[in-house]
Design a protein around this ligand. Structure first.
Ligand SMILES: Cc1cc2nc3c(=O)[nH]c(=O)nc-3n(C[C@H](O)[C@H](O)[C@H](O)COP(=O)(O)OP(=O)(O)OC[C@H]3O[C@@H](n4cnc5c(N)ncnc54)[C@H](O)[C@@H]3O)c2cc1C
Length: 521
């Protein structure tokens, strides 16, 4: 069996794990990161897209608000081109208590969240689709963040400092000896090969799956509560600013413009199993109704896709009984020291937190490891940019792709019309990432994420995969089928109006013209 050795093993390749690998590698540790799937395929790739200003938490969870305001500023500096500086609005709709606005302002002042109350007419000038019956409006520094790009920058940065990044490597068992974790047995999910990793220290950044990982070291009862939320992507930017209802956090109260779409979300209910988070029809209906309160007419817009993610909320039984309502749980994070809690050394778990605070979470996790190792190398992630981040500090801009595309308009084929992906970019991504999975490619370049949901681009992409020699015919066909099945899961709960017509058209293309179900296997 292949044996690998590292000073630090990071389990989980979401926002937290990628940030931890970057932090530890930058301090000079020899790091291996493993994820059972593609990077950011867990909760991080299924979140709402919001870089929090902190405004959402100023009344209910001031510590989380303070963390967000600081980390928002740091990420804008270190990974600027993954962030769109949309700005944010908090608005009081007719369904909200106008007095909450005063508590909100007070909370912003107490937690240093920059805020300004503006006239309603000004808010409606900025966002003409917002409910004209709002009675108050406040501006904050919300943004949106492309997490796939961010995780790629962080892991490539870690790799540039020697880290080995191993997606599709599932932890099967933790090795334990003399009251400490000494590494893990992992399986390459693509080849079936098993490997042994000997690690000086193990950082558990597996989010909502954290309890499953520590269970492998005989640790029970760790209070990571999976909190499910659903979101719906609408097919264009109904707003260009993040729009929040000015109220205590509740369902369907934020609309986030991200890239070419806007996303309404979310819900928060306890899930028994982080791998079993179905989207229910009543949740979809309620979410669209909630969206109407913010932007009347939202339901008439075309809903592209619905999906669910699962928060790793932390409420340790050893620190008190778990709250019945997942909304009531704090959004701050906690490092669980298993030597103190369970008598198992060289293992730490990160739990709770937000994507916005991923850098701070990673810093706290690696600091805790350093304290145990009596190592005084400090974190450098507050100021250092990963090598691929834009050195000029430019933020992501909606028009960037179109501008690049226009420069090469006559030179190359357009493969994905919705997301403006040319053939060269796609081929380069396939070669560079060495992946044969169309869903992985979707995450890298947003292939198939527009209104046709892959209807026009996916058969072309499957042909290109075949053409650049990564896949033989049957394997390319299987990859296409897998992609279509995955997309279908997110489309069927919102099949009405134009998206229903689109689904029929896609069906005619794939079943009627290409007969995909009977392609040679
Ligand atoms: C509906 C919803 C909306 C949200 N919206 C926002 C938002 O707008 N802004 C914000 O700041 N935060 C938001 N959050 C919170 C944020 O998404 C999470 O806090 C964050 O993504 C967690 O990242 P993570 O890396 O800890 O977990 P994950 O991204 O889930 O990463 C854990 C990884 O561990 C891997 N793993 C599991 N088991 C194994 C194993 N056996 N072996 C190897 N790997 C394994 C998984 O594949 C996964 O990739 C939202 C959360 C939800 C659920």
């Amino acid at each position: 069996m292949t044996q690998l050795r590292a000073e630090v093993l990071v389990i989980g390749g979401g926002a937290t794990g990628a940030s931890a690998a970057w932090d530890a590698a930058l301090r000079g540790f020899d790091v291996i990161l493993v994820d059972r799937a593609d990077l950011a395929e867990g909760t991080s790739g299924r979140f709402h897209g919001l870089l929090h200003s902190g405004g959402r938490y100023v009344v209910k969870d001031p510590l989380a608000a303070e963390e967000c305001v600081a980390e928002n500023a740091i990420l804008r500096h270190t990974i600027p081109d993954t962030i769109e500086d949309t700005g944010g609005l908090f608005v009081t709709t007719p369904d909200d208590d106008p007095a909450y606005g005063d508590r909100f302002l007070e909370g912003c002042r107490a937690t240093n969240v920059p805020v300004q109350e503006i006239p309603v007419a000004e808010a409606l000038r900025i966002e003409p689709r917002v409910n004209p019956r709002i009675s108050r409006a406040f501006t904050v520094a919300d943004g949106s963040i492309d997490i796939w790009k961010a995780v790629a920058q962080l892991t490539h940065g870690a790799a540039a400092h020697g880290a080995r990044i191993l997606p599709y490597h599932r932890v099967l068992a933790l090795h334990t000896g003399a009251d400490a974790v000494t590494g893990a047995r992992v399986r390459n999910e693509l080849t079936g090969e098993e490997l042994d990793i000997e690690a000086g220290f193990t950082l558990n950044a597996s989010g909502a799956w954290a309890a499953q990982i520590v269970h492998m070291a005989g640790i029970e009862g760790i209070g990571v509560i999976p909190g499910k939320g659903i979101m719906i992507a609408m097919n264009h930017r109904l707003v260009n600013t993040v729009v929040n209802r000015c109220t205590m956090p509740s369902d369907g109260d934020i609309l986030v413009p991200i890239r070419t779409v806007s996303v309404i979300g979310t819900t928060d209910v306890r899930a028994a199993d982080p791998d079993d988070i179905p989207v229910l029809q009543n949740e979809v209906d309620a979410m669209l109704d909630d969206g109407e309160r913010l932007v009347p007419g939202l339901k008439q817009a075309r809903a592209l896709r619905v999906w669910a993610g699962v928060r790793p909320l932390f409420q340790d039984e050893k620190s008190g009984p778990a709250a019945a309502d997942t909304r009531a749980m704090s959004r701050t994070h906690a490092v669980v020291d298993h030597s103190e809690r369970d008598g198992v050394g060289r293992l730490l778990t990160m739990s709770g937190g937000k994507l916005t605070t991923m850098r701070l979470m990673a810093q706290d996790l690696v600091d805790a490891m350093c304290r145990q190792l009596d190592d005084d190398r400090p974190s450098r992630t507050e100021h250092e940019r990963p090598p691929e981040a834009d050195g000029d500090g430019h933020h992501l801009h909606l028009g960037d792709r179109l501008r690049r595309r226009e420069a090469t308009l006559l030179d190359e084929q357009l493969i994905c019309e919705c997301e403006l992906i040319g053939r060269g970019r796609l081929e380069e991504t396939i070669r560079h990432n060495g992946t044969a999975n169309l869903d992985d490619i979707r995450r890298r370049v947003r292939l198939g994420m527009g209104p046709c949901q892959g209807g026009f681009c996916m058969y072309r992409a499957a042909g290109i995969l075949h053409g650049v020699d990564r896949l033989d015919g049957p394997a390319a066909s299987a990859s296409l089928m897998r992609f279509l099945q995955e997309r279908w899961k997110g489309v069927w709960p919102i099949l009405y109006g134009d998206q229903l017509r689109q689904a029929r058209l896609d069906d005619w293309i794939f079943q009627g013209v290409l007969d995909v179900e009977h392609l040679p296997a």
